[in-house]
Design a binder for this molecule. Structure first.
Ligand code: NDP
Length: 326
């Protein structure tokens, strides 16, 4: 074990999560000789593992698949000595010094600093057909995948700001965007609603729920069958893309009661930093950012978290040296 101070399972920095934020934090921490441990979590690689081509991440002019990009991130983190453990943190005590973390089998790890990069998970409707067409037209990210449906009809499910944003984004590319809304009103902010309702490419279907996503001749999404929950009337819309935008859930349950979070569970960090309310604990990526939620912004905050952790450790070492010198 390459524990950083020779003590069993103790590290200077433990990074929880292995999406763009976690691996970027690892690259920076490893290059700063912090010998980080990444605990990869239940979905190693994060949300990009369920994305097809990534065309908007700088540095990949010919696009790259989500899984390939995450493999590149991992290799780059390992190149500088990051240790990766494919396991899940189930419990933490972040107030303790050193901080304590437990895995599924209750093995305990300790760390001087912890970087949280546990990401968020898109909520899904729970239809079997949604899984069946996951890489074949079903998506939870219009900015990531919308371009593949240029000039084609698509549907978006949801009625919050995310659904409104996704529909408006897609309306720039697609001739028809069916917005499937389960009530007779939208939850999105008034200004977003206005934009949606005034957009000639967006057709809003009120009181409507998705019954099934149907395959086309090419084996990809070909149509969606919906039902009006007031009249029972069913309809089928031909679509090539089906975007689920019913919200994201940050993966922060294990930090409840220890770290500050907003009503939805997004971790709150201090302005212009990744510091949480607990000294030595930093948060990055989609667990902390509900506004941008892009791979590149997650990577950016992962970098910030490693720099913040490095500076925090250096300041603490200075303090300890001063105390030792009397
Ligand atoms: P929200 O929780 O605000 O909205 C989720 C929407 O999905 C609701 O309209 C809900 O319907 C609908 N929904 C939930 N489950 C289902 C289901 N099973 N079937 C059909 N529809 C369903 O999530 P968002 O991701 O939209 O937003 C999260 C937060 O982020 C909000 O605070 C939002 O304001 C913010 N945000 C801000 C943005 C900005 O400022 N630019 C952009 C994006 C998000 P119902 O209304 O009936 O409950």
């Amino acid at each position: 074990m390459s524990a950083s101070n020779g003590q069993e399972r103790h590290y200077k920095t433990i990074i929880i999560g292995s999406g763009p934020a976690g691996y970027t934090a690892a690259i920076y921490a490893a290059r700063a000789e912090m010998k980080p441990l990444v605990i990869a979590g239940p979905e190693p690689g994060g949300q990009l593992m369920i994305t097809t081509d990534v065309e908007n991440y700088p540095g990949y002019p010919k696009a790259v698949t989500g899984p390939q990009m995450m493999e590149d991130f991992r290799l780059q983190a390992e190149r500088f000595g990051t240790e990766i453990k494919y396991d899940t943190v189930t419990k933490v005590d972040l107030e303790a010094q050193p901080k304590r973390l437990w895995l599924e089998d209750e093995t305990e790890y300790t760390a001087d600093t912890v970087i949280i990069s546990t990401g968020a998970s898109a909520k899904w409707l729970g239809l079997p057909s949604e899984k069946e067409f996951q890489y074949r037209g079903v998506s939870a990210c219009a900015v990531c995948d919308g371009y593949f449906f240029k000039e084609k009809p698509v549907a978006v499910v949801g009625a919050g700001d995310t659904a409104a944003e996704e529909a408006l984004y897609l309306a720039k590319l697609c001739p028809v965007v069916h917005l499937i809304v389960r009530r007779d009103e939208m939850r999105a902010s008034k200004i977003m609603q206005k934009r949606v309702l005034n957009n000639p490419h967006i057709q809003v279907h009120w009181n409507t729920e998705t019954e099934e996503i149907l395959g086309g001749e090419d084996g990809n999404v070909g149509a969606v069958r919906v039902v009006n929950n007031q009249t029972g009337e069913k309809q089928e819309f031909p679509v090539k893309g089906f975007f689920v935008a019913i919200g994201h859930k940050p993966n922060t349950d294990i930090f409840k009661g220890q770290l500050d979070m907003d009503a939805t569970g997004y971790l709150i960090t201090q302005p212009d930093s990744t510091r949480t309310r607990i000294e030595g604990v930093f948060a990055s990526g989609d667990a902390q950012d509900h506004v941008y939620r892009q791979a590149v912004t997650a990577a950016g905050t992962g970098c910030m978290a490693a720099l913040d952790a490095e500076r925090w450790l250096a300041a603490r070492e200075d303090e300890e040296a001063e105390v030792a010198a009397g």
